[in-house]
Design a protein around this ligand. Structure first.
Ligand code: ZN
Length: 254
């Protein structure tokens, strides 16, 4: 239900959004309001970690960038920072807007990576482990970085689709490129991999440092959070689960 993004966006949007406004009325409406209206009309959730690409029309991302820049400038103004006189913060509003939309939260605004699935012609049925994949995100609570590592265990069957190893990293990057909650992120990613490949078993382990714990709050730089998701045979077969967990390096922090 969360991921629907491999479909081209424009065709869907046209059907969802009847031309309710004349161009003149439309003029002053912030682009974020227009996108929000489409989401509400389609009864789609738009939490921080949801992808909303199919509701954004061509050219709107650039307008969204301008809008976020203006609002970000407002934040800097309210922080009483002299962005006009201080050359360091002169262009910060624009830089932050770009960073959010085009980099760290890009996974909300662009469709998912194109993944070509192949039939399992070799009939692979051995446990396969991908990792460590470096994951970069930010927590939904504080917008502070969350940086960590991810391991994926897949037990294919003859009907499983096979995807290239690097594609797992692409899918992870897309899901993590949103303000996230680690326990929700692993589930979103598991759903996505499940949907693309339909393996007999799927296991994910994510270990991440939450900088909101180090930079603020308890100021504990060493605390890490570990989450796992087990699906299919990984749930039923404790030996398989143990095999997967034993193959993940114990001291993975370096
Ligand atoms: Zn946080």
């Amino acid at each position: 239900m969360l991921m629907k993004s491999n479909t081209p966006s424009t065709a869907v949007v046209t059907t969802l959004v009847p031309a309710r406004q004349t161009p003149a009325e439309d003029e002053g409406t912030p682009v974020s309001v227009k996108i929000r209206e489409r989401l509400v009309a389609a009864r789609k959730r738009f939490n921080a970690n949801d992808n909303i690409a199919e509701f954004i029309e061509p050219g709107e991302l650039e307008k969204l960038l301008d809008e976020v820049e203006v609002k970000m400038q407002g934040v800097l103004d309210s922080l009483v920072i002299d962005t006009a006189g201080d050359h360091n913060t002169n262009n910060t509003a624009r830089r932050v807007a770009k960073m959010y939309l085009n980099e760290v939260f890009k996974g909300r605004y662009v469709p998912g990576p194109t993944i070509t699935e192949f039939p399992n012609a070799e009939h692979l049925n051995e446990l396969m482990i991908v990792g460590p994949i470096t994951v970069r995100s930010a927590c939904s609570h504080h917008f502070c970085p969350v940086i960590g590592k991810l391991w994926i265990g897949v037990l294919p069957n003859e009907h499983t689709n096979v995807i290239g190893l690097s594609k797992y990293a692409r899918l992870a990057e897309w899901v993590m490129g949103r303000p996230q909650i680690q326990e929700e992120a692993v589930v979103q990613l598991a759903d996505l991999i499940q949907e693309k490949t339909s393996p007999d078993g799927l296991a994910l382990v994510m270990e991440a440092t939450h900088y909101c714990m180090g930079w603020r709050g308890v100021k504990d730089l060493d605390s890490k959070m570990i989450n796992s998701v087990m699906r299919g045979v990984f749930l039923k077969d404790s030996n398989l689960r143990r095999e997967f967990l034993s193959l993940i390096p114990k001291n993975s922090s370096n």
